[in-house]
Write a protein that binds this ligand. Structure first.
Ligand code: CU
Length: 275
């Protein structure tokens, strides 16, 4: 375990990272067929780390007179295929001696990607990390009677090495069942997960119907939410209605009375014939 931690920290220490402010993330990449930012203080092929949902501006320039093109390989199939540009992969315009900027939104899932120069994909590439958290519930839908309580486990998972504390809130629409969470904030480590219990309770007077419970998670920059259908059924219709056994018992009584009546009539007929 210690070795793993050491290995991880050594690995991250070796990778040059570009510090970014969450509000206006910007990164500068200088094209050189040897590597992006070749021989620059930030290090060659620096890792780019962004948060899901952010917009990123990449300032692109070239120092070797050669054409370059910045590509984020969103589908992870390599950086040499400019055919993915404009569909799945994010690609700047080709550039050479004139600098250009390329802005885009990080609307693809959290995880590790690679950015390339599509002209020099063998030398000009680096890690492109999208940090996010995943959000899941188990079970993913709930059903309960009036006047009862049920719960679902809400799990938050770190993606792309996202670390930190996430605050959770829960609500139910329309008004009726009451939602609560325990705990209301989760702290998790890189690539780890943590969970909270969503509890839904109803009173005897909560109207029957289908509701939606929403659990939202935010760390101030990232936010995500998950919705769970909640079905409230009547306690009366299940506990107080005529169950099958009662219907069966009623039918048996009717049959028994009918049989008895036929038997009595038969005896009377035979008795009258005899006399
Ligand atoms: Cu290039």
């Amino acid at each position: 375990m210690l070795l793993l931690v050491l290995g991880f920290s050594l690995q991250t220490a070796n990778l040059p990272a570009i510090p970014m402010t969450p509000a206006t993330p910007q990164v500068s990449l200088i094209g050189n067929a040897f590597a992006w930012n070749y021989s620059y203080p930030s290090g060659s092929n620096p890792q780019i780390t962004v948060l899901h949902g952010q917009s990123l501006t990449v300032q692109l320039s070239s120092v070797d007179m050669l054409p370059h093109q910045f590509v984020v390989d969103v589908d992870n199939d390599g950086g040499g295929d400019a055919s993915d540009c404009g569909t799945v992969d994010l690609c700047s315009a080709p550039f050479s001696t004139s600098p250009t900027t390329f802005s885009f939104s990080i609307n693809f899932p959290g995880g590790e990607y690679t950015y390339y120069c599509s002209v020099h994909p063998m030398t000009m590439f680096g890690r492109f990390v999208v940090q996010d958290f995943g959000f899941a519930s188990s079970p993913s839908s709930l059903a309960l009677m009036q006047g009862s309580v049920t719960s679902s486990a809400i799990t938050v998972t770190s993606l792309g090495g996202f670390v930190g504390k996430v605050n959770l809130t829960a609500s139910v629409l329309p008004t009726g069942p009451v939602a609560s969470l325990n705990p209301t904030s989760i702290r998790f480590s890189a690539d780890g997960s943590a969970s909270s219990t969503l509890t839904i309770s109803t009173s005897r007077t909560t109207p029957e119907g289908v509701y939606t419970a929403t659990v939202s998670a935010t760390n101030g920059t990232l936010s995500d939410s998950i919705a769970l259908p909640v079905t409230v059924t009547s306690a009366v219709s299940i506990g107080g209605s005529l169950p099958l056994w009662a219907i069966a018992a009623g039918a048996a009584t009717i049959i028994a009375v009918a049989v008895a009546a036929i038997f009595v009539r038969g005896r009377r007929k035979r008795a009258s014939k005899r006399s």
